[in-house]
Design a protein around this ligand. Structure first.
Ligand SMILES: [Zn+2]
Length: 242
């Protein structure tokens, strides 16, 4: 969402909490509200909790977003995995909160490459732009992925609960998108390749890929092979929903 920087002013900084909604037996969506920066520009996050480990899907625009999720997934006996669905700042700036808790951060290899090339500069740009933003981002430290993958990686959250992380073959929002599918819950976390009620950010997008992704929102996911390989999703969580 770096193009939001071009907006003329930071209009409001409210403190409406994100809404945490259970979308499956093990899966929750953290639904951002509004468009202001305190709410990661309305970006959603999610988490899946198993007996052995949990997986957090995106970390928000600043450390407070991440800090609000951490207690919901943390325990002395449970590992934490974090997925960045892509490199945009409102999905990765909360990473260090989890890294400081010894979480393992996962991303597609292109997402990781983009973060290394751009995240520090983006953070610097945000801080210079506006005093409110600068204060808000004071605690943000860029934390890069620990594990990268090319096509797909599976996370085993307990003996029966798997969360598959998939880089779709068709490019849509960026060249490093990932989606998460939880077969037991039939839940799909789509990241910013799916927008509901917001116009999509196309700054890094492949337009045709994004159109196909948006058109698929009410149908079984067509391009990751999920229908044939892993069943179909009954809930799809978009990157943001208005
Ligand atoms: Zn994005």
């Amino acid at each position: 969402m770096k193009n939001r920087l071009s907006r003329p002013a930071i209009r409001s900084v409210s403190k409406v909490p994100s809404q945490v909604t259970k979308v499956g037996v093990h899966s929750w969506a953290v639904l951002g509200g509004g468009e202001d920066v305190l709410h990661s520009y309305g970006a959603n996050q999610g988490f899946i909790v198993g007996r052995r480990a949990s997986l957090v899907v995106d970390t928000g625009f600043h450390d407070s977003v991440a800090a609000s999720i951490l207690p919901r997934v943390n325990s002395k006996t449970r590992r934490i995995f974090v997925l960045n669905t892509h490199y945009h700042s409102d999905h990765v700036f909360g990473n260090s909160v989890f890294a400081d808790s010894k979480a393992v951060i996962i991303a597609n290899q292109n997402c990781s490459r983009s973060m290394k090339a751009k995240s520090e500069k983006l953070l610097d740009g945000y801080r210079k732009r506006d005093p409110k933003l600068s204060r808000m981002l004071r605690g943000v430290k860029i934390a890069y992925p620990d594990i990268t993958f090319a096509r797909e990686i599976g996370t085993q959250l307990d003996d029966l609960l798997e969360a598959a992380i998939i880089h779709p073959e068709a490019r849509a929002h960026t060249d490093g998108d990932s989606i998460v599918f939880v077969p037991r819950d039939r839940v799909l976390f789509a990241g910013d390749i799916l927008w509901v009620g917001y116009h999509p950010n196309l700054e890094d997008a492949d337009l045709q890929g994004q159109i196909e992704a948006e058109a698929s929102s009410n149908r079984p996911w067509p391009w990751a092979g999920l229908r044939t390989k892993r069943g179909r999703a009954s809930h799809q969580i978009p990157g943001r929903a208005g």
